[in-house]
Write a protein that binds this ligand. Structure first.
Ligand code: NAP
Length: 492
């Protein structure tokens, strides 16, 4: 099969309507939403474009399925997740191609995301049977305490375009394991991976209505009525801080439980005592994973003056050597950014820094022709007031500043309202612990350029979010604690 035929086949293989109550149905108003390939800028296909009424229909289905799903044996909930993990794992190549077509990242990265996404199902398949409770004697004697953990209830799950499958399984996995039904709304630009996932969950035996998928070009118009309806009991959101803040306001009205995985502005710190080659390897991962379009992307590099030139030279050489092209091509590392607005944002941030005095060591420009490409870029001599220091870049651009002391760099690293992740390279054990503790972030990559792992608690502090996904605490976001006070009559 030629590549083009293979591409058509994976796109054709996905349901393109709304998935509600276990059935595929067109949007009530019959509208369609086009999906584009960011490398060719051509339309791949269209999916149903839901109206607010479709959103409420999906919520109806989730609400109807909630009581029986809460009563479903935990082991069987886990086995559905396990079967889904296996089905995804068997289809890594086709799911990866689908993801590359709609999002642009190179195939190797898409394969990595599909495996990472599947792993959330494997992890939460194991967690489904470990929901525990408690039984205790009241401190004064006599009464007893019974503590049970119950599903929160119907949940609204909203995901971004940058990790179209993993950001979904990181929510759907614990929701299913905990016994919550859900309505999931993927990003308008990358709905296909989530629709493929809906088909896999159905194939794995998930009962109708437990997971419902609504695709729409009118996210605000569809989500707000679902939140204000009053029957959903939880919102789990991954996306920008601005949209997260707006959703928190809407959720306040119904006092909804919320989980917020929001934006980042990660510092990447290299001390003089670090292994510079290992730091360059880590920097490549922290900067270029997902073409820099990751909430965990290193956004600001701080390198101590003794190793600054060596680090910058080696890093710039590696950045310059990365093959750029369509994600489906063998060996490509830098695919297109998601759209022209993303390229404009990166261009604006780089131009602003350069106008204020930054020096371009490599890159610094777009690529002529079709597709939203931006060259891997390294900037030095970054002025403190450059926008690139305080705004999320979301592209393959690394601004490097130098520093002299530990105290100075901590002040600069923490000088941001964000607090998702920080990276730190040092060979000194005491410093490693001291700085890890002092960094204001939910996660720290210590001599490591990637922190994401389904078995670890992912999440941020400050404006980067509320709550954690993954790890043993991930399921807590979908559980309520119920305490039953038991009166006990003493034996007459
Ligand atoms: P976004 O614009 O906030 O969109 C995220 C999701 O929210 C999309 O599904 C979007 O739908 C939807 N949305 C937008 N406006 C909405 C509204 N008024 N009501 C309800 N839903 C709405 O973010 P993005 O540009 O897709 O993603 C990039 C951002 O996500 C970055 O800031 C990144 O750091 C963050 N992120 C965080 C994490 C984490 O775990 N902390 C992980 C990945 C990404 P449409 O597609 O229709 O706009």
């Amino acid at each position: 099969m030629s590549i083009a035929a293979g591409e058509t086949a994976v796109v054709d293989g996905v349901g393109k309507d709304l998935y509600i109550g276990g059935a595929w149905r067109p949007a009530a108003e019959g509208k369609r939403l086009p999906v584009y390939d960011p490398s060719t800028e051509r339309e791949l296909c269209s999916v149903a474009d839901a109206s607010p009424a479709d959103g409420i229909a999906a919520l109806d289905a989730a609400v109807a399925a909630q009581p029986s799903w809460a009563a479903y044996p935990p082991r069987e909930r886990g086995e559905i997740l396990r079967r889904s993990y296996e089905l995804i794992s068997e289809r890594v190549d086709e799911l990866a191609l689908l993801m590359t077509l709609e999002m642009g990242k190179p195939l190797a990265e898409s394969r990595g995301e599909v495996a990472y996404a599947a792993d959330f199902f494997r992890w939460f398949a194991e967690e489904a049977v470990r929901i525990d409770g408690g039984y205790a004697v009241a401190p004064k004697g006599g009464g007893r305490f019974l503590v049970a953990r119950q599903p929160v209830g119907p949940s609204i799950l909203i995901t971004p375009w940058n990790f179209p499958m993993a950001m979904g399984t990181r929510k759907i996995g614990p929701a299913i394991a905990a016994g919550c039904t859900s309505v999931i709304k993927p990003a308008a630009q990358t709905p296909l991976s989530m629709l493929a996932l809906a088909g896999i969950l159905a194939e794995a035996g998930l009962p109708d209505g437990v997971v419902n998928v609504v695709t729409t070009s009118d996210s605000g118009g569809v989500v707000e009525p679902m939140i204000r309806d009053g029957r959903a009991r939880k919102l789990s959101f991954t996306g920008s801080t601005g949209v997260g803040r707006k959703l928190l306001e809407q959720c306040a009205d119904q006092v909804l439980r919320t989980s917020m995985e929001l934006g980042g502005n990660a510092p990447f710190i290299v001390f003089d005592d670090a292994d510079v080659d290992a730091a360059v390897d880590g920097a490549m991962l922290a900067k270029l994973r997902n073409i820099g379009e990751a909430c965990t992307a290193a956004n600001r590099f701080y390198v101590q003056s003794g190793v600054a030139e060596e680090f910058t030279r080696k890093f710039a050489e590696r950045m310059e050597a990365q093959p750029i092209g369509r994600g489906t091509e063998e060996g490509v590392v830098i695919g297109p950014l998601i759209d022209s607005a993303a390229v404009d944002k990166v261009t604006t941030l780089v131009d602003d820094a350069v106008e204020r005095g930054a020096v371009v060591r490599t890159g610094g420009s777009t690529i002529d022709g079709t597709g939203h490409y931006y060259r891997p870029t390294v900037l030095t001599d970054i002025p403190a007031d450059a926008r690139i220091v305080s705004e999320e870049i979301f592209g393959p651009v690394a601004p490097i500043s130098t520093f002299e002391t530990e105290q100075e760099v901590l002040g600069r690293a923490n000088n941001t309202p964000y607090g998702l992740v920080s990276y730190l390279y040092t060979g000194d054990f005491d410093r490693a612990l001291r700085v890890s503790e002092a960094l204001e972030a939910g996660m720290v990559g210590l001599n490591q350029g990637i922190v994401s792992n389904p078995a670890a608690p992912f999440g941020g502090i400050k404006h980067s979010g509320i709550g954690r996904e993954g790890g043993t605490v991930g399921i807590d976001e979908f559980l309520e604690t119920k305490y039953v006070a038991i009166g006990l009559r003493e034996q007459p």
